[in-house]
Design a protein. Structure first.
Length: 86
């Protein structure tokens, strides 16, 4: 999707990127990743950084590609998972 959207958007000077999240301590799934220590431990063990992400880190990852500093970035899938897919 990013490539197709990015190519079309290029003609209009619009950037299209996506952010793919890993395990994050949020309200999703009833807050289980945030509130259940055992689940957090299991998921943390599956990431290179050894922990689940925090909502603020996800916000930073979403805001950064939208910044002027990355205006040359388009049609990218940005993984924010603490290295879960390494």
């Amino acid at each position: 999707m990013e490539a197709a959207g990015g190519a079309r958007a290029f003609l209009e000077d619009v950037r299209v990127n996506s952010v793919a999240l890993g395990p994050t301590a949020t309200d999703f799934n009833g807050g289980a990743m945030r509130d259940e220590a055992e689940m957090r431990q299991v998921l943390a063990g599956q990431t290179a950084l050894g922990r689940v992400g925090e909502p603020e880190e996800i916000g930073d990852a979403i805001a950064t590609p939208a910044s002027e500093g990355l205006r040359w970035v388009t049609a990218q899938r940005i993984e924010v998972s603490g290295g879960a897919l390494l």
